[in-house]
Design a protein. Structure first.
Length: 399
């Protein structure tokens, strides 16, 4: 740990890392909601993908304002704002349940998405910057491992409650989560997070406008490619998670209750362990090399699912979880590595717009699944992983 985070930053790193768990939990519940709303509200797979589309639209629209807030008022206030929006959105599930209104549920998820993107815009660069930049990819992978822990627990806890309890109220888990989140927001109003500064900040023009920072970022080919690669990753990762239960139940492989448990402890458990392993590996091997190897294996895994070859396809699905695990934190860290710390907060905003790719990917997969089959729909994540591979190879050439 001392190689990744110095003692003076250890407490802030622990506090910020706790947020990774929280948004991992919130995002993983969406994967359960797809199947739950299909049955309780009698909607199609394509209609249920509006859950992801609405949540990640919040990411897309709120990301740049989040960066501006954090640039002006600092990481701590950004975190508190994100937690308040997150908690308020969760509590909106109470009237949504009373009215059984899908549009109201979608509105609540939009507010949650706005809160989550503020948290992620603050926490991802903050964790990456809490130490030597040479180890930023490894440090961010370690912090993101706790995101994986939240992803593991959400489907099994919420899925077991919704799928095993007759007439279970979806408002119950969201109400509990909303109260907990608002209590954490209160905690963060009482703690002090040190702002990360460097010579870059001292040498930069303090009067430089946000617009000049944005223009500077988009002139850089490496930044543009990083945003595209992260968007492509989100297309693959979110769409697979969102429709895992649909895929697992489509051919009688599992029932929905079993599928939610396997999603938690099997797929997402493997994801978390792979991310921890990735943090260790990238402290010894250059991040672009690891990213390229993992991208090759995820492309192969997604194609195996498309082939609909029984056990081979099932193994391919789990291979996607194992080898995609390091992609988000690695692409994020590599992309901001060449950016001055005075520009990182705005750069993070654009990178955190990319989960809208999950809405695009999930909608495409849902439409293809309704028209053909769930296995055929995996052509969508295969293309997403291929774009990540191209990005990784371009970085290898650059290095």
């Amino acid at each position: 740990m001392s190689r990744l985070v110095s003692k003076k930053y250890l407490l802030p790193f622990i506090l910020i890392t706790s947020l990774f768990f929280m948004w991992g939990f919130a995002r993983a519940i969406l994967d359960v909601l797809n199947k739950h709303f299909q049955e309780s509200l009698h909607i199609s797979i394509t209609q249920s993908t509006l859950i992801q589309a609405t949540t990640y639209l919040g990411y897309f629209l709120m990301a740049l304002p989040a960066g501006m807030v954090i640039t002006r008022w600092g990481y701590r206030r950004g975190v508190v704002l994100g937690l308040i929006l997150f908690g308020a959105g969760a509590l909106l599930f109470i009237p949504g349940e009373q009215l059984m209104s899908f549009p109201l549920f979608l509105g609540a998820l939009f507010v949650i998405g706005c809160g989550l993107v503020v948290l992620e815009t603050a926490a991802n660069p903050y964790a990456a910057e809490l130490g030597d930049r040479a180890t930023s990819a490894s440090r961010l992978n370690l912090a993101q491992s706790f995101n994986g822990a939240g992803c593991i627990l959400a489907p099994v806890i919420v899925g077991s409650f919704l799928f095993s309890t007759e007439g279970a109220s979806v408002a119950v888990p969201y109400t509990i989560m909303g109260i907990c989140v608002l209590l954490v927001a209160l905690l963060f109003t009482r703690v002090k997070l040190p702002e990360i500064s460097s010579d870059d900040d001292k040498e930069s023009n303090p009067t430089a406008s946000i617009s000049s920072t944005i223009a500077s970022l988009w002139r850089r080919r490496s930044f543009r490619l990083g945003v595209l690669a992260l968007f492509s990753y989100e297309v693959a990762e979110i769409s697979i998670n969102s429709l895992f239960i649909n895929y697992a139940t489509s051919d009688g492989w599992m029932d929905k209750s079993t599928a939610s448990v396997v999603l938690s402890f099997g797929a997402l458990g493997l994801f978390m362990l792979a991310r921890i392993a990735g943090s260790w590996i990238m402290s010894r091997i250059a991040a672009p090399r690891v990213l390229a190897a993992c991208a090759v294996l995820t492309v192969a895994g997604a194609i195996a699912v498309v082939l609909n070859a029984g056990a081979i396809s099932h193994a391919g699905l789990f291979a996607c979880y194992a080898f995609e695990a390091i992609m988000f934190p690695t692409i994020f860290a590599v992309t901001i590595a060449g950016i001055s710390r005075s520009e990182v907060k705005i750069a993070s905003s654009f990178l955190m717009m990319t989960p809208i790719g999950g809405a695009v990917g999930t909608s495409l997969m849902g439409a293809i699944a309704d028209a053909t089959s769930m296995s055929t729909a995996f052509i969508v994540p295969a293309v997403g992983y291929l774009m990540v591979l191209i990005y990784a190879l371009s970085n290898l050439k650059t290095k």
